[in-house]
Design a protein. Structure first.
Length: 530
């Protein structure tokens, strides 16, 4: 990172550690291909630094630094993470330091103890030798032409115990050639007031010689707040991960830090304000590649971050979005959602249906709302089933055209040789007076039913070849009814242009799936004709 005197005061440098610290989170496992894909996405977002991993820890991380050199990045520098030399080992012979240099990463991040308790208890070396380990490691990497960031591990806990020694470690790092001092709240237990106070003292102590940065963990649910306080105290570098993934309770979530710094506090954090519009897309991309379930209520980027359900709220939103939104969803690449449920008012129906037709008839609005409330009483839920709601309103408007009629379907499941399952679906449809009777096999009843249905419809509606089912969710509604309980199936579908959700409810999971599948296909065909 450049010296603070060389940059504008309002610039905050963003260091992403999703590929290293983020992968320490429970259930997070990235392949080499995954890491390379995410690195490209982070570069497209425009973060300043991408920490690729710890090259000594495993062959995958070692190979990452080889493969990333083949990719031309537009904005980001690649950083390799490692520890100071071990005690009693010459820096030139230390395997961790050798791996950092061998990675050919232009930036190395060296972590060292900033807490005398950790030095004595965990490293089991003298305070003086810890200083030498920090000094030797940074000097060696500088001699090899690397930009060096020093991560002061356990800094805040150490500063509380012995501020003199913690500052001595930082001073040694600066004198050895580190251009950034990153203060780490490693255990995640520091309060925002403490972060501000201690960061301010470090900023004052070094008076612009180096960039002071901050790295937070979320064990007290304060990682984002602490990051903002560190910046307010003078830190000009922030480390974090996309979606806050990481060990224990996670890391500081960059998807909240970036918009707060840029929109609320006025700092420059990415190449341009336009890059902030890629934030939601980046968040969901990381979730998808990492095979993690997104948090729907995640601030700024969650699907519910700008969702409005209460009738009074929606009524106000239709007059002025700022009445219940602290920022515009478009600034972070998200979108507003109007939810329809038994809690809704007429404003919800009008707002949600404005995409297809502005309804001025109050009686019709009330009729649709009553129908929604009745259906939700049966187990339907339209919050994530926009396409099914779209069809419901079209029917109320008299604009719905039935594209096919189900005559019957039949599912047969065969168990062969005691354990091999085979599923077959037979579907008979009336398509504009023509009878189609088709059979298909699939991986389970829903897949087989979908395949037979498409086989019947494809000659009449070739457009459905572009239809992809992207998610399938099942929920038991009245669980006390046991095996006779109603089942709610929500299917998410997409084509080349749009993503939508449909719903089906029935005592039979296959029938609930059929209803959601039929809605999905009808919505796709009707939306292209509207």
């Amino acid at each position: 990172m450049p010296r603070i005197a060389d940059v504008k005061k309002e610039r905050v440098w963003i260091y992403d550690t999703t590929l290293r610290d983020g992968t320490q989170g429970p259930g997070v496992s990235l392949s080499l291909a995954d890491k390379l894909l995410i690195a490209r996405k982070l570069d497209d977002l425009g973060v300043d630094y991408i920490e690729g991993g710890y090259p000594l820890s495993n062959p995958k991380d070692e190979t990452f630094f080889v493969e990333i050199q083949k990719i031309k990045l537009r904005h980001s520098k690649i950083a390799a993470f490692g520890m100071t030399r071990r005690k009693g080992v010459k820096v030139e012979e230390d395997t961790s330091i050798q791996a950092l240099i061998a990675s050919k990463a232009p930036v190395v991040t060296i972590v060292g103890k900033g807490d005398e308790y950790q030095v004595k208890k965990i490293l089991a070396v003298s305070l003086a030798e810890n200083i030498e380990m920090v000094t030797d490691s940074i000097k060696h990497c500088k001699r090899k032409g690397r930009e060096v960031i020093f991560d002061a591990e356990h800094f805040f806990d150490g500063f509380k115990r012995s501020p003199e020694y913690s500052l001595e470690v930082l001073t040694a790092a600066v004198n050895a050639g580190a251009t950034t001092l990153c203060l780490c709240d490693t255990n995640g237990g520091t309060l925002p007031t403490e972060v501000f106070d201690m960061t301010s003292k470090v900023v004052q102590a070094f008076n612009g010689q180096v960039i002071v940065a901050f790295h937070a963990h979320n064990d007290s649910n304060l990682a984002v707040a602490n990051s903002l306080e560190a910046v307010r105290a003078g830190a000009r570098g922030i480390q974090g991960t996309i979606n806050g993934i990481g060990e224990r309770c996670g890391n500081a979530d960059l998807t909240s830090i970036l918009p707060n710094l840029a929109i609320k506090m006025g700092y420059e954090v990415l190449p341009s304000p336009e890059n902030l519009k890629k934030l939601t897309e980046t968040s969901r991309y990381v979730y998808e590649v990492a095979n993690l379930n997104p948090r729907e209520n995640q601030p700024f980027v969650g699907v519910s971050a700008f969702a409005h359900k209460g009738g009074m709220h929606v009524h106000a939103i239709m007059k002025d979005t700022a009445s219940y939104e602290h920022v515009s969803p478009e600034t972070v690449g998200n979108s507003r959602k109007i939810l329809v449920s038994e809690l809704s008012g007429a404003s919800n129906v009008k707002a949600k249906s404005v995409l297809m037709e502005q309804i001025e008839d109050k009686n019709l609005v009330r009729k649709i709302l009553t129908q929604v409330q009745d259906l939700e009483n049966e187990g339907y839920q339209f919050e994530t089933a926009d396409a099914s709601f779209h069809l419901l309103v079209l029917k109320a408007l008299g604009r719905y055209k039935k594209l096919f009629d189900l005559l019957h379907y039949r599912i047969a499941i065969y168990r062969k040789d005691g354990n091999h399952l085979s599923t077959e679906a037979i579907v008979k449809l009336d398509i504009n007076g023509s009878i189609e009777h088709q059979v298909a096999e699939g991986d389970g009843p829903v897949n087989a039913l979908d395949a037979a249905m498409r086989k019947a419809l494809l000659p009449y509606y070739p457009k459905i070849a572009e239809l992809t089912l992207t998610d399938y969710k099942v929920r038991i509604i009245n669980s006390r009814a046991g095996t006779a309980a109603k089942t709610r199936v929500i299917i998410e579908s997409s084509d080349k242009h749009e993503r939508w959700g449909t719903i089906g409810v029935s005592e039979n999971i296959v029938d609930a799936s059929w209803r959601a599948l039929a809605d999905s296909i009808e919505y796709m065909l009707l939306k292209d004709k509207k």
